[in-house]
Design a protein around this ligand. Structure first.
Ligand SMILES: Cc1cc2nc3c(=O)[nH]c(=O)nc-3n(C[C@H](O)[C@H](O)[C@H](O)COP(=O)(O)O)c2cc1C
Ligand SMILES: CCCCCCC(=O)C(=O)O
Length: 397
């Protein structure tokens, strides 16, 4: 591209030229037929905006609050793995970009820079994304590291008991990237072919038994007192023989931070999450990388919002590429959105500056959308400002 990028799609093209095909496909790709990956974006296009005119929009205020933390606009950075494949500074650059945009980055557990390195890279509010491992002792240790480093919430990803089948990675024989946060804690050697290494690793390490309920037996197995290696120099007790009614309760026992569940797509699970006492819900299909043919997130957002009844904040990710997408998600009840690939494309194309520019572009587009729809502040964006396909069908009845 000869001209400067002016939107996320331009950054996507720059990223495609900048990266080796294997890495670009890893970032951009989805599971199996990539139906959900495409529909996440297409579904936003099926929703129209109902602008109101003659509203004073001389001042636009996009700021909002997430779990008590003030941010400049309702756009957070979604947890994505392996930023060093995009840019040598990896997650340090992304963290600085998020801080410059005055928003929250959710650091992926599978980051290529450590929890501690990212925490000391700049001053900002950050959340930490967690997979619960079979090794609950290591899970707890990682959470405690995040808490000690000042991360303000734990985002537990619940849509990945197995890793989805990402066929581009199989074809490209994608190689595993370093798991910085696990160094010294568990073996990250993977005894399998390139292309399926990440799946094999996930199968070996992620606790696929995680559930709303938990059996007493599995509790007492995992909740033993554990002496960590001398290099970590700490002794941690997990309350041997203590039983918990649920895995969420167990998570509560290892951290005082708010817990959000990432990967909720149905009213049934949203209700269970609220009953389980979580502090927030992230409507997500993992950007179409897990189960193909799950619905686009924007189309199930309202179902989840209605089930949650305002008891906890509902966030959304998946397919956010435009300020108008953010506006639509807010109108349908999300408190904020997260964006994954958009930031990765910026980082791949132009490092920290690219990631920052992408966030600024999205903010700029949202600001424009708010001005042109007659919404001077976030709380002015209402359900009435959008029309979905469902609304159109209803109107015909
Ligand atoms: C390359 C890549 C890596 C990802 N890694 C993680 C991860 O480590 N943990 C996680 O919970 N979600 C992960 N996700 C999913 C994102 O958090 C998010 O749900 C998704 O990217 C949102 O869709 P979008 O990319 O269309 O914005 C990853 C997504 C991508 C594209
Ligand atoms: C437990 C290892 C799997 C990490 C995969 C990262 C991820 O979520 C992704 O979508 O890629």
């Amino acid at each position: 591209m000869s001209s400067e990028p002016v939107n996320v799609n331009d950054f996507k093209e720059l990223a495609r030229s900048a990266l080796p095909k294997m890495y670009y496909d890893f970032y951009a790709g989805g599971a199996e037929d990539e139906h959900t990956l495409r529909e996440n974006i297409r579904a936003f296009h099926s929703i129209t905006i109902r602008p109101r005119v003659l509203v004073d929009v001389s001042q636009i205020d996009m700021s909002t609050t997430i779990l008590g933390h003030r941010i400049s606009a309702p756009i957070l950075v979604a947890p994505t793995s392996a930023h060093m494949l995009a840019f040598h500074e990896g997650e340090l650059a992304t963290a600085r970009a998020a801080a410059a945009a005055q928003t929250i980055m959710v650091l992926s557990y599978s980051s290529t820079r450590s929890i501690e390195e990212v925490a000391s890279s700049c001053d900002a509010v950050r959340f930490f994304q967690l997979y619960v491992f079979k090794r609950r002792d290591i899970t707890a240790l990682i959470v405690q590291r995040a808490e000690r480093c000042g991360y303000k919430a734990i985002v537990v990803t619940v849509d990945t008991p197995w890793l989805g089948r990402r066929e581009a990675d199989m074809k490209n024989k994608m190689v595993a990237y370093p798991k910085k946060n696990l160094e010294g804690l568990m073996s990250v050697e993977i005894n399998s072919e390139p292309g399926v290494q990440l799946r094999t690793f996930a199968k070996a390490t992620v606790d696929a038994s995680l559930s709303w309920k938990v059996s007493t037996e599995s509790c007492s197995d995992s909740y033993h007192t554990l002496k960590m290696s001398a290099s970590l120099g700490c002794l941690i007790s997990f309350g041997a023989y203590t039983s918990y009614n649920s895995d969420i309760e167990w998570l509560r026992s290892i951290t005082s931070l708010p817990i959000l569940l990432k990967g909720i797509l149905t009213r049934e699970d949203a209700t269970k999450a609220v009953e389980a006492g979580v502090d927030g819900i992230l409507v997500s299909n993992h950007g179409g990388r897990q189960l193909d043919f799950t619905p686009p997130t924007i189309l199930v957002l309202e179902e989840v919002v209605q089930a949650v009844k305002g008891k906890v904040p509902v966030l959304l990710d998946g397919g956010v590429r435009r300020g108008t997408d953010i506006f639509k998600a807010l109108a349908l009840g999300a408190q904020a959105v997260l964006t994954g690939r958009a930031v990765l494309f910026g980082l791949s194309a132009k490092g920290e500056e690219g990631a920052r520019t992408v966030l600024e572009m999205l903010k700029n587009e949202l600001e424009t959308t708010m001005a042109l729809s007659g919404c001077p502040s976030i709380r002015d964006i209402t359900r009435n400002h959008v029309r979905t396909q469902y609304d159109k069908l209803q109107a015909m009845l």
